[in-house]
Design a protein around this ligand. Structure first.
Ligand SMILES: Nc1ncnc2c1ncn2[C@@H]1O[C@H](COP(=O)(O)OP(=O)(O)OP(=O)(O)O)[C@@H](O)[C@H]1O
Ligand SMILES: [Mg+2]
Length: 273
């Protein structure tokens, strides 16, 4: 998103290879941390068909992205302010047409985000994996934050996600967040492992955005539908988000160019070749 009215906004997806690694938890808490630092933040729930951000916040949206894409709702009627200090563009759950949206609808989301003014940061929480929809959402943002954890499948699937994004779209700017670690050493070890594989087999290095500790307060905060950084602002885990929020603020501008939509050659090749 370059030529837009919000060209100074930091725009990033929060994505992963394997599912269930903490993307939505991370997005909500990073957004709350950034908002607490005075940044105007928009979270966009791009997990179309299985939306979760509203659930983590205990919100019941009347209108969702679906009403913009398939109806005529204006964005300002759909975007909600949350108790966590950031705005949310919610998606909906259990609607098949939203789970497999046409690529043109994703371009509509791009145009919509370009038209929104006044945000310092936009975080797009995607679904997991290398399905076409997820890849296309990742292309909307110049920065892709990959969340992973210590599980072997999470590590290999993170690599697969970066490989596909690199081989098809030429992406080589990924920021890694290692979630649910026991200590700093574990976070660094997992980062260096994945980073080393990328350097060796893909020819580029990754950025270490940071780690989040494994914390039993996380599932409790999700059950209470309250961001952990608000419930326990002095906790070790909240400090992780504080550090990552500072790093995100340092990203600043200008934004790199976004790749054009896929051409016919790519469609013919399919995404896995
Ligand atoms: N740092 C952590 N410590 C403890 N538990 C965690 C941590 N991060 C995430 N979890 C647990 O992992 C579960 C999944 O988190 P979340 O829903 O954010 O994952 P996700 O990657 O968004 O999943 P999906 O791929 O389905 O969208 C949460 O319910 C939470 O209990
Ligand atoms: Mg999620």
């Amino acid at each position: 998103m370059t030529e837009n009215s919000n060209k100074n906004a930091i725009v990033a997806t929060v994505t992963s290879g394997k599912g269930g690694v903490g993307k939505t938890f991370f997005t909500v808490n990073l957004a709350a941390s950034l908002a607490a630092k005075g940044r105007k933040v928009l979270v966009v729930d791009c997990d179309l068909g299985l939306a979760n951000v509203d659930i983590m916040l205990g919100i019941h949206p009347r209108l969702t992205l679906r009403d913009i894409l398939f109806g005529s709702a204006p964005a300002e009627d759909v975007i909600l302010s949350t108790k966590a200090g950031f705005d949310l563009l919610p998606a909906c759950s259990g609607v098949r047409e939203m789970a497999q949206p046409l690529l043109e609808k994703i371009q509509t989301v791009k145009t919509l985000l370009q038209s929104l003014e006044g945000y310092d940061v936009m975080l797009l929480d995607t679904g997991a994996g290398i399905a076409e929809t997820v890849l296309q959402f990742n292309l909307l943002a110049p920065r892709n934050i990959i969340v992973l954890n210590r599980e072997l499948t999470s590590i290999t699937d993170s690599y697969a996600m970066m490989k596909v994004m690199h081989q098809i779209f030429g992406r080589d700017t990924f920021s890694l967040v290692v979630n649910a670690v026991a200590d700093e050493r574990e976070g660094e070890r997992i980062f260096h492992h994945v980073d080393g594989i990328c350097r060796r087999f893909l020819g580029f290095g990754t950025d270490y955005l940071g780690l989040i500790f494994r914390d039993e307060a996380v599932p409790k905060s999700i059950l209470r539908q309250e961001p952990l950084v608000l419930a326990g602002p002095g906790s070790k885990t909240a400090a992780c988000f504080d550090r990552i929020a500072d790093a995100v603020c340092r990203w600043g501008t200008p934004l790199p160019r976004v790749e054009p939509p896929p051409g016919p050659e790519r469609c013919a090749r399919g995404i896995l070749h």
